[in-house]
Structures are given as C-alpha cells and as structure tokens.
Design a protein around this ligand. Structure first.
Ligand code: TMP
Length: 207
C-alpha cells in the first residue's frame, strides 16, 4: 500500500504548470514533506529517450497507435522505477502530466478510443491512480502563444488549434467524470489567486 501521495499536474500547452509545480514543491517542503518531482513522458533515462522521439517533429510520421504505445511504454518504466518506489518510501510524487494527458491528447486530440486507453491504463498501472490531479485550464490561444514564445514548436505544439480545442474539451470531460480527484484551476487568473487555490486543494492532504 503506497504511503506517499501522488499528485499530477495537467493542462494544455502554456498554462503555467512549470511555475505552479515549483510553487507546490516549495510549499510541501516547508511542511517537511520529501517531494519527488518528475514528468511524463519521461522521468527515467529510457522514458526520456522515448520522450525525445515523441516530441521530435522531424521524425518519420508516427502513427497514432505507435504514439499511444510509446507513451504507455514510457509510463510503465516510470511507474516501476520512479513513482512506485517513491510512494513506497513515503515520499510525495509531483508529476508534470500523467494518464489524463493520454485521455486528452490521444483520446481527444487524436480520436483514439477511450476503451483502448483504459485497457492500456489497467495493464500498465494496475490500481495506481493519482490521489489529486490539478488541471490548469485556460483558453487555447492564450496558452499556445505563451508556449510558442518559450521555445521552438515540438511535434505536439505544431498541431492545429482545433487539436488543442479537442484536448481541452477532453481534459474538462475527465474532470467531470472524476470530480473527487480532479480539481480544475483557472490558469488565467492572477498568480496569487491560483496559488491560494492550490494551497486549498493540497491542504486536504496535509491534515
Ligand atoms: P510537456 O512539454 O508539457 O511536458 O508535454 C509533452 C507533450 O507530450 C505535450 O505536448 C503533451 C504530450 N503528451 C501526450 O500527448 N500524451 C501523454 O500521455 C502525455 C503525458 C503527454
């Protein structure tokens, strides 16, 4: 039985996950919690290699099925070598994206079947689910503008606006399906407001 808490951060491109992740880490450490910060796809040497392949926009065309399987291959590795050991030690895991991203990007964006994703989720994760998911939501154009001024577009960021609209809708649907676990955070509010919402959401687990 895991002792630590598993918190995931989700959202479209450029919604401020990185800034907020650093804030949550500091906040938890002030409460004497050991935090493991990680990300998907990635988090282990092999999974980071798979991430490079997935984000490389100059690679050969990657089929939707290959993309889905590479993401779950990276996830299997990440769970076994990073997430499960950390939770077993009693550390908290803060993960930048997890399986809700697969429902949003591969399910919503690429129109892959939800039942296929769920099948792979069960295979790879067993009973492992995040304790809390913070979904940062903002209008698509706003986030993309931010993401694209940061660095050159990767393979996902090069998609059309309609792709990201589908991603956003699929994320919000996940939040409707799992309201106990997924907390939607309006990412375009002032930073202090966002941060006080985060403290409130995490506070439940600190008590
Ligand atoms: P990041 O740059 O925000 O860390 O995310 C990398 C990209 O990978 C992002 O565009 C979303 C995509 N992605 C998926 O398509 N499916 C997934 O399951 C995950 C975890 C990420």
């Amino acid at each position: 039985m895991p002792k630590g808490k598993f918190i995931t951060l989700e959202g479209g491109e450029g919604v401020g996950k990185t800034t907020n992740l650093a804030f949550i880490k500091d906040y938890l450490e002030q409460h004497k919690i050991t935090v493991v910060v990680t990300r998907e796809p990635g988090g282990t040497p092999l999974a980071e290699k798979l991430r490079q392949l997935l984000l490389d926009k100059n690679s050969e065309a990657i089929s939707d099925k290959a993309e889905l399987l590479l993401i779950f291959a990276a996830r299997a590795q990440h769970i076994k070598h990073v997430i499960e050991p950390a939770l077993a030690r009693g550390d908290w895991v803060l993960c930048d994206r997890f399986t809700d991203a697969t429902y949003a990007y591969q399910g919503g964006g690429r129109n892959m079947r939800v039942s296929t994703i769920t099948w792979l989720e069960n295979l790879v994760q067993g009973n492992l689910k995040p304790d809390l998911t913070l979904l940062f939501d903002a209008p698509v154009e706003l986030g993309l503008e931010r993401a694209r001024t940061r660095s050159a577009f990767d393979r996902f960021e090069s998609e059309k606006i309609s792709f990201f609209e589908q991603v956003r809708r699929a994320y919000l649907l996940q939040a409707e399906l799992y309201p106990e676990r997924i907390k939607v955070i309006k990412a375009n509010l002032p930073l202090l407001e966002v941060q006080s919402t985060l403290i409130h959401a995490i506070g439940t687990f600190l008590r």
